[in-house]
Design a protein around this ligand. Sequence first.
Ligand code: MSP
Length: 511
Amino acid sequence: MTKNYYITTPIYYPSAKPHMGHAYSSIIADFFARFKRIEGYKVFFLTGTDEHGLKIQRAAENNKKKPLEFCDEISKTFKELSKILNLSNNDFIRTTEKRHHKSVQNLWNILEKKGEIYLSKYSGWYSVSDEAFYLDDEVETKDEIKVAKSSGSLVEWLEEESYFFKLSNWQDKLLELYEKTDFILPISRKNEVVSFVKGGLKDLSVSRKSFSWGIQVPTNKEHVIYVWLDALTNYLSALNYPDTNDEMYKNYWPADVHMIGKDILRFHAVYWPAFLLAADLPPPKRVYGHGWILSGEEKMSKSKGNILDPLEIINEYGLDSLRYYLIKEVSFGNDGNISKNKLISCINSDLANNFGNLCQRVLTFTEKNLELKVPENEFLNNDDLVLLNYFNENYQKLIDYINSQNINSYMNFIVDQMFAANKYFNDQEPWKKKGDKKRLNSILYTSLELIRKISILLYPVIPQSSLKALNIFNIKENNIYLESIKNNTFLKSGLALNKIDILFNKVVSND
Ligand code: MSP
């Protein structure tokens, strides 16, 4: 039976061009998508742009453009970024697409028919920048202006007729969902959400009347649907919802993970499952709220003028270096920042000196002594097997790390094995074994197998470089199987190896 896996990134606001924070969410999701693919899953990986609402309407006005024209332009830059980041997404959804409109209006109709939505009047605070409603005790006055405590965003007083979703009905069901499963990770985030929900849920305003850039309420043309109800539904539209008999829906819903930043946890972990439960649809299996990539000590924002541009880093250091850094150096779940010094030391020590050097040394040696062919493997001794078996022994553990989004343990495993393989090559001193053919063959065979296994584990992290390394053995992208790391004699003796260019150049710091 095929095993399916559905992972999503948040859909990004095309209000300004993408920055490092967006790149981070996408790279992380891509890492999981690629891992699950080589593990043998049929993966559907979705990303896209969130194009309605007052925030976008105002951004378009400021740029003297019509909203759709403005969205077309900026959404394109997000699509381009997904190529530049080498994302393996299977679809890119835009909320201005027909398929999405249909899906959202359908969900609305179901909620309305079930009596989960009613018409009333909203009066309270609203932040356009967060597209969120706030209660009195969630706002404060700073420098004489009212801002949301959680985000620091400006809030405006709002009074208008609005449809409400009966969120207050779902408190117990939500708490049950949080307790029964690992629905919210990391745990610290789960605790925040649980205490928010235990504090009592108010009904949620789900339509707006004072502007028009959105999806119309099907039964009342004067209202547009609240942008978060609209946006969250993208996860279903891409599966051809409302057709619940469609293969896409049947194979991929409920989603395995919505990968999001901690700033949008409430929408994903409270509102989204409540909408779904109210419509009799299963909630996603997990919402993972990762931390922020800070610029200095602060979250990046246009108003603070501290935006880190992923393209600059990629142009200077290369994509895989950036991917490696974000995946390995940021303690996953917590905030992290990008320091050039740390990035350079990562490239030099882990990638160039450690992994790159291992590949280079072993290949050069094989070329000089074994005509660049895989040697015999009949006489592997205990030193060799201990290292090789380590992958087999930890196979399930590696999968468990990924299933619980424990990226850092996964990366520690790889780094330890890169060190161990280098140490092995040094300690075994193959250059002194030229007279002992059996031993020489075993050392080189083991070293080549270690390179193969490590390269496979690196594939989700640094796909381009991993593929270069795997090309030594003629292994192509469609033929990478995680399970093959359990095999100590995968490489056939006599196989001709391909040479590789230098994988990573060392970077000299100018500081
Ligand atoms: N459009 C909504 C999401 C709708 S999902 C149904 C939105 N868009 S956003 O463009 O403002 O940000 C989306 C995501 O980008 C954040 O949740 C987070 O995952 C990521 N990041 C934005 N800034 C970030 C950092 N500084 N650091 C890390 N990730 C951040 O919210």
